[in-house]
Design a protein around this ligand. Sequence first.
Ligand code: 13P
Length: 250
Amino acid sequence: MRTPIIAGNWKMNKTPKEARELIDALKPLVKAAKATVVVCVPAVDIAEAAKAVRGSNIKVGAQNVHFKASGAYTGELSADMIKAAGASYVIIGHSERRQYFGETDETVNQRVLAAVENGLIPIICVGENKAQREANYTDALVEYQTLIALTGLTPAQVKKVVIAYEPVWAIGTGLTATDEQANETIGVIRKAIARKYGKGVANAVRIQYGGSMKPANVKGLMAQPEIDGGLIGGASLKAEDFAQIVNYEA
Ligand code: 13P
């Protein structure tokens, strides 16, 4: 019912030239993918990546967006600029942005609104850290993060967003949530959306898992009924690895 979505988050890796090389290598490997395929590249790579994906089934995403349309915000990029450069998706509220750059649930919400108003599809990241999981706060936390992030969107807009459940303790650590843990927490997120926006909306929203997803564990995770895709960091930087994840059914 929901089309799976596999997105690479390149983080702070690859120059424009390297971006083209990676996308050129990726194109033939993922051309038969059933999933939506997205590469979220550094901002300076967006224009080159947009050219490189032309005529293919790969979409380009950014890794952040500012919430204002324009103005005195040195170093920031508006949704309008990101769209014009050739991106159609944007990651918002990644835990690294929250942890190192002071982003809050409220600014995440403002960024989501700016993205949606400008026709970008947000990939909204939520997830608990190790201490929060151990204290049993995971469910309450991801519900809160999700509902705050969506505040102000219409139900029709909520249907189109992508949410990435990324337990912070699983990012870049080699530790993955078990298939069941990931499925359970994504189920919690979907139920929270259902309570606020109705089952029809909740059943349409695509919710990814992220955190050390790789060729070796993608099948088990994707076999879970609540998991609609992945947000992949490290393993998205090599064409063969990312393609194996994209083609997880093959
Ligand atoms: P890794 O796949 O490197 O753990 O990163 C996950 C992530 O943060 C994707 O946004």
